[in-house]
Design a protein around this ligand. Structure first.
Ligand code: PEP
Ligand code: MG
Length: 596
C-alpha cells in the first residue's frame, strides 16, 4: 500500500528508485558496495561465517549438561534450523549477488525483511521467533567481523562495472556530514533521513551533491523496507513509499521537465551575470573538497567564495592533516580554478560537524551541553594556536600559486579578531624569514553571529572583506539549532531580525568600501536574489548546482526597479508576505503593459 511521509525539503528535484536502508538503528554494521569480481569472495566469507556459527551452535548443544532444561536444546535447534533455512541463507546471497552489498549489509538487509514478516504473523509463538532470527544474525555478524572498525559507514562508490541498473535511493535514520560527502558521484539518486534541519551541515552537503533530498522525515527509516520503490520529492519534502502507477507517471513527467529546465539553464554558463540595468554580479562557488572545483567551473563560477576546509579534517580517526597535506589540497584547488580567486575558510569544526563521523543522533546522546555554542570554528582554532598556524602556513604557501583569500569563521569580538590576526602575522613573519614561497592574501571575516553584525565597524577596520554566513546568523539570531528537526519550523530566514542584520551588514560594508558577499544558503535561494541585489550585494557564493538558476534571476532583474524593495520589507512585520504581494503586483503590471 502506498504511503506518504512528510519531511523538510533540502535539495530540489525528484528521485525515483529502490530504497537502500543504511545503518538501521538496530544493527550497526559496515555498509559498502563490492565490485562484481568480489562477489565470490564475499559469498565465501558468508559461507565461512555460517559454518563457524553452525559449528558453534552444534558444540553448544553437545556441551549442554544432562540436567539442563530441555527448552535449551530446543532453542539451539531452532537457531540451527533458522541458520540453515533458505529464507536467511539464499535471500542474503541475493543481496550480495544482485545488489552487490557486502555480507554484513546483506545480512542486516535480510534481517529487516524477515523482521517485518515476523511482525505481521498472527501466531504469538511464531511472532516471538523474530528474536531468534536476530540472535542468529548477530552471531553471523560477529563471525564475519574481522575488522577492528565496527562503525557503520555509508556505501562506497562501487566500481563502474558494479553499477546497478536500478536507481537507488538512500534511506537512513541519520548521516554525518562527512559520510554524506562520500556520496559524491555515488550511485544514489536521492536520499532521505529521519532527523536533521534544512540547514544542518548534512543537508548542505546533500544540496551540494545536487540530488533530491528530504531530511527530518521522522519515521522514514522505520516505514520504508529494504528495496521498496520510493519517490523523493525534494521540492515539497515528501517521501512516497510504494507509489501507485498514476503517481509514478506524474513524477516521471516532473523528472523529465526538471531535466529539460536544467539543460536550458546550463546554456547560461558562459553569460556574465549582469542585470538588465548593467550591474555586474560576481557568482562564486561553495566547495567542500578541491575535487569540487570542476563542478564549480562547469557551472560557470567565477571563483570559490567558500572552501569549507573542515572536510579535509574529518573522518581521520583523530589525526589531523599536516601542513604539507593541507598545502597540497589548497594548492590543487587554486590550480584547478585557473587564476580565479579561491576563498579558503579556516576549519569550522564543532557543533554538527564533528571530527569523527558522528551523526546528529549520536551527538545528541554524547553531549548534554550545546555544542553549537561551544568550542567551534575559530574558537577551536584559537584554542590550539600551533595547529591553527599549521593551517595558516599551508594557505599562505598555496597563495603562491594563484589568488587566495583567507576567511575566518564565527568571530564574535575584538579579542578573537586580535588573536586571529596575531597568529596570521606570526606565520607571515616565519615564512618571511624562511626560504619558503608564499603569497599575499586578502583577509576576511564571516559575519554569522549577531554580535559580529552589531559591531561591524570593528570588523571593517580589521578586515579586507566580510562574508555573511546566513545559516549560522539565522541559528544564532533566533536561538534555533539548525540541525534539530524538532525546531525546524522556527528556523526562519524571513524573520525581520535576520533581514535587518543582513541589510545593515551589506550597507555598512559597501559604505566603508569593503568587499561583502553572502556565502550562506540564502545566496542560492532565488526567493532572496532581488532583495539582496536591491541592498547592493554584488557577490553571491553558493553550491555550483544552484548557480544557473540564480544567474537567470539576476539576468532578469533591474536594480532601479528594485529600489523600494528593502524599505518595503523592513517596514513589514511579515516580510515574506510583503515580498509575495510586491511580486504579484509587478507581474500584474507587466501583464497589463503587454495587453496594452
Ligand atoms: C553559514 O553559516 O552560513 C556558513 C556559510 O557556514 P557553515 O554553513 O559552514 O556553518
Ligand atoms: Mg557558519
Amino acid at each position: 500500500m502506498s504511503l506518504q511521509v512528510f519531511g523538510l525539503p533540502v535539495s530540489r528535484g525528484v528521485a525515483i528508485g529502490r530504497a537502500v536502508l543504511v545503518a538501521s538503528s538496530r544493527v550497526d554494521v559496515a555498509h559498502y558496495f563490492i565490485s562484481p569480481s568480489e562477489i565470490h569472495a564475499e559469498l565465501r566469507r558468508l559461507r565461512r561465517a555460517r559454518d563457524l556459527v553452525d559449528a558453534e551452535l552444534e558444540s553448544l548443544k553437545r556441551d549442554i549438561p544432562g540436567d539442563a532444561p530441555t527448552e535449551l536444546v530446543a532453542l539451539l535447534d531452532v537457531h540451527l534450523m533458522l541458520l540453515r533455512d533458505d529464507a536467511l541463507a539464499e535471500a542474503t546471497r541475493h543481496w550480495i549477488v544482485e545488489r552487490h552489498y557486502n555480507a554484513e549489509w546483506a545480512l542486516s538487509a535480510q534481517l529487516e525483511v524477515l523482521g517485518r514478516q515476523f511482525d505481521e504473523m498472527e501466531d504469538e509463538y511464531l511472532r516471538e521467533r523474530k528474536a531468534d532470527v536476530e540472535q542468529v544474525v548477530e552471531r553471523l555478524l560477529r563471525a564475519l567481523d574481522t575488522r577492528a572498525d565496527h562503525r557503520p559507514v555509508p556505501p562506497a562508490v562501487p566500481a563502474s562495472d558494479g553499477q546497478s541498473e536500478t536507481p537507488l535511493v538512500l534511506v537512513a535514520s541519520d548521516i554525518s556530514p562527512a559520510d554524506m560527502l562520500q556520496f559524491k558521484g555515488s550511485v544514489f539518486t536521492g536520499f532521505v533521513t529521519d532527523v536533521g534541519g534544512r540547514n544542518s551541515h548534512t543537508a548542505i552537503v546533500a544540496r551540494s551533491l545536487d540530488i533530491p533530498a528530504v531530511v527530518g522525515a521522522r519515521e522514514a527509516s522505520r516505514l520504508v523496507r529494504q528495496d521498496d520503490w520510493v519517490i523523493i520529492d525534494g521540492d515539497s519534502g515528501l517521501l512516497i513509499v510504494d507509489p501507485s502507477p498514476i503517481v509514478l507517471d506524474e513524477y516521471r513527467f516532473r523528472q523529465r521537465e526538471a531535466s529539460l529546465e536544467r539543460e536550458r539553464l546550463a546554456r547560461l554558463r558562459h553569460r556574465p551575470a549582469v542585470t538588465l540595468d548593467g550591474q555586474r554580479v560576481e557568482l562564486l562557488a561553495n566547495i567542500e573538497l578541491p575535487g569540487d572545483c570542476s563542478a564549480a567551473l562547469q557551472a560557470g563560477a567565477e571563483g570559490v567564495g567558500l572552501f569549507r576546509s573542515e572536510f579535509l579534517f574529518m573522518n581521520r580517526d583523530g589525526s589531523l592533516p599536516d601542513e604539507d597535506e593541507q598545502f597540497e589540497a589548497y594548492r590543487s584547488a587554486v590550480l584547478a580554478m585557473e587564476g580565479l580567486p579561491v576563498t579558503i575558510r579556516t576549519v569550522d569544526i564543532g557543533a554538527d560537524k564533528p571530527l569523527d563521523r558522528m551523526t546528529v543522533n549520536e551527538l545528541r546522546h554524547e553531549h548534554t551541553l550545546n555544542p553549537a555554542l561551544g568550542l567551534r570554528a575559530i574558537r577551536w582554532s584559537l584554542a590550539d594556536p600551533a595547529m591553527f598556524e599549521v593551517q595558516l602556513r599551508a594557505v599562505l604557501r598555496a597563495a603562491a600559486f594563484g589568488p587566495v583569500k583567507l576567511l575566518f569563521p564565527m568571530l564574535s569580538c575584538l579579542e578573537e579578531i586580535r588573536a586571529t590576526l596575531a597568529s596570521l602575522a606570526r606565520v607571515r613573519q616565519q615564512l618571511d624569514g624562511s626560504a619558503t614561497a608564499f603569497g599575499a592574501v586578502e583577509v576576511g571575516a564571516m559575519i554569522e553571529i549577531p554580535a559580529a553584525a552589531l559591531i561591524l565597524p570593528t570588523f571593517l577596520r580589521h578586515f579586507d572583506f566580510v562574508s555573511l554566513g546566513t545559516n549560522d546568523l539565522i541559528q544564532y539570531t533566533l536561538a534555533i539549532d539548525r540541525a534539530d528537526e524538532s525546531v525546524a519550523h522556527l528556523y526562519d530566514p524571513w524573520h525581520p531580525a535576520v533581514l535587518s542584520l543582513i541589510a545593515q551588514t551589506i550597507r555598512q560594508a559597501r559604505a566603508a568600501g569593503k568587499g561583502v558577499s553572502v556565502c550562506g544558503e540564502m545566496a542560492g535561494d532565488s526567493d532572496f536574489t532581488e532583495w539582496l541585489l536591491a541592498l547592493g550585494l554584488r557577490t553571491f557564493s553558493m553550491h555550483p548546482a544552484q548557480l544557473p538558476a540564480i544567474k537567470q534571476r539576476i539576468l532578469r532583474a533591474d536594480t532601479h526597479r528594485l529600489r523600494t524593495l528593502p524599505e518595503l520589507l523592513a517596514e513589514s512585520e511579515d516580510p515574506r508576505a510583503a515580498l509575495r504581494r510586491w511580486s504579484m503586483a509587478r507581474q500584474h503590471a507587466s501583464a497589463e503593459i503587454k495587453v496594452a
